[in-house]
Design a binder for this molecule. Structure first.
Ligand SMILES: Cc1cc2nc3c(=O)[nH]c(=O)nc-3n(C[C@H](O)[C@H](O)[C@H](O)COP(=O)(O)O)c2cc1C
Length: 245
């Protein structure tokens, strides 16, 4: 079984939500040819409280963050998932503050959570081997989509995960979209219904990303099951092995 967690980075129920729902529907389908059941979950920053990291180093002990807000819930879901799909509205050429706060905190939290599995003084970033895909859309064209996706790719690498893109030509490094200068929350949905080409590309790319992320996660997990005994001698793969069913 694969757990797919969709994280929507928009404070409103809008374009990011629409594309993420398309992606999650595609993820569900993608498991079938791989004889893998897929469970999907949609989570959004909308209405949630996610404060910024205060650099207290409190999470160094066991990964628990001292700030009591919605990070506690979403971080556990993040650790449990095999696949993460982020759907992000571009803000100021990058990731909106609420989601960036989560990303900063999950990074240090994962480090603290697994530091104890390594010999003393040898703690390093563990290999979680989730697949991570990113959808980013903004109001304008060439206005931060690639930067935003690149930031998520870096996040994936730091978390010991595998960044995944969809298929050429719609999706080089992730799914990018723009609303043709329309700030309405349903702009891409409407343009998709009107068969406008850029909206079609955004939807196709979002669906492709999720499909490939599921397929690659299925391949990884099958390999992980096969190599379970060998991998258990390597503490660095602990977060991956914890997800074996
Ligand atoms: C604070 C803020 C900053 C924004 N910055 C950008 C930007 O740099 N580039 C861009 O293309 N759109 C920008 N936008 C527009 C949103 O990315 C765009 O409206 C997007 O479709 C919103 O997605 P949502 O419907 O999922 O909320 C910004 C919007 C806000 C509120």
């Amino acid at each position: 079984m694969l757990k797919v967690l969709g994280i929507c980075g928009s404070p409103r129920a809008g374009n990011s939500k629409f594309l993420l729902e398309e992606a999650l529907a595609s993820a569900k389908e993608a498991g079938k040819p791989f004889q893998t059941a897929v469970e999907t979950e949609f989570w959004t920053v909308r209405g949630k409280k996610l404060s910024g990291c205060v650099a207290c180093d409190g999470c160094a002990k066991d990964g628990t963050c001292i700030i009591k807000d919605d990070f506690t819930e979403i971080s556990q879901k993040w650790f449990d998932a095999d696949v993460i799909i982020y759907s992000i509205p571009v803000y100021h050429m990058g990731i909106p503050a609420q989601l960036k706060a989560f990303i900063d905190r999950i990074g240090n939290s994962q480090f603290g959570r697994y530091a104890g599995i390594f010999p003393q003084g040898a703690a390093t970033l563990p290999k979680s081997l989730k697949t991570i895909g990113c959808i980013a859309q903004g109001a304008h064209v060439f206005s931060g989509q690639e930067y935003t996706i690149a930031q998520v790719i870096n996040h994936a690498l730091l978390m010991g995960c595998i960044p995944v893109a969809g298929d050429m030509w719609q999706s080089y490094i992730g799914a990018g979209g723009w609303t043709c200068n329309d700030i309405a929350k349903d702009a891409i949905k409407k343009q998709y219904a009107q068969a406008l080409p850029d909206a079609q590309i955004a939807v196709t790319a979002s669906r492709d990303i999720a499909k490939r992320a599921v397929e690659i996660a299925a391949i990884l997990k099958s390999g992980g099951r096969e190599m379970k005994n060998t991998l258990s001698a390597y503490p660095i793969y602990t977060p991956f092995l914890e997800r074996m069913d």
